[in-house]
Design a protein around this ligand. Sequence first.
Ligand SMILES: O=C(O)CCC(=O)C(=O)O
Ligand SMILES: [Fe+2]
Length: 367
Amino acid sequence: MSTLASALRPAPALDALPVINLEELGDGEQHTPAHSRLARIAREIGFFYLEGHGIAPDQIARLEAAARQFFALPPAAKQQIAMAQTRHFRGYTGVGGEITRLQPDLREQIDFGEELPAVPPGPDTPQWWGLQGPNQWPTAQPELQADILLWLDTTRAVAQRLLKAFLIALEQPASALNQLVAPPHNNRLKIIHYPGQASGQSDQGVGPHKDGGLLTLLLQDQVGGLQVQTAQGWLDVPPRNNAFVINIGEMLELATNGYLRANVHRVRSPGAGISRYSIAYFFSPSLHAHEVPLLQLPPHLASQARGPESDPLNPLFSHIGTNALKGRVRSHLDVAQRFYPQQYAEHQAALASLDPAQTAAAQAYAY
Ligand SMILES: O=C(O)CCC(=O)C(=O)O
Ligand SMILES: [Fe+2]
């Protein structure tokens, strides 16, 4: 089959997600058959389970227990760390407080990030530096802080190994994106609770979206509800013990000129009386790196790069801070309105300029 024909050939139908073992990818810089498989899976579906990550099941269980404990606190204890009170997009958001594709998400969550000092605002300091800053910690659950900070470190190390494997798979120097992910880091972590919904109501746990960073490393409990969009429709991503679910973010799509695609995914709410919990780690470019570099893929891969996807409702910016702030403004309108009035106004103007058909498409995310 010619290169063009193979580039246009639809990916084979999948009825289950593939599993990648990080140990098989090794720590060396040598391209192995395991890397070829990673490149193919990443390009064809972009969602897979990751095993062999080396994180002790105990550490995972402890964090999952801590997440459940937090969401069981009384409302006032959760609101003590409300996201709306800081400009760093960190802290607690209640059910319906986050918007995806113009609709409220039926989940509550705490957003954390790398624990770093705030960059003081000033006339010469770009607004997106507001994304960096200290986390908010619940006084009602003081032990949460150590678990979260440990998870940020542990997962960052796994994400760095995985990114290196991706680069080798794409026949790049293993260090090609070192600069992009150098400290001070800009990775984010979300612990999430999806309360059950009675049938007949919205079941938008989180609406269809792409993740904004490079790679997402997700842990989910036994309930299920995560789905990824494929050419054949929505594919369930059922739970798998001690495995991460990995997906590709917009910044890796840009860096590979669309050879790798950020995947659209969503979560359907569990049924009434059931709760689902998940923990999503977003491995992201460092803000001080400014621009996402375009990797020079070898011709046989470059010829299959589809270019970054163009979505008028979600324009992609190669400028890291601009892209990251855009994503947060869209999702957390209360924080945006209070701390980023200019970006909030721009977002509102963009929404007002949509014609009804575009608005309907945005809400349904039908494409
Ligand atoms: O909870 C999940 O399984 C997925 C969450 C997600 O996609 C997100 O927060 O970006
Ligand atoms: Fe996501």
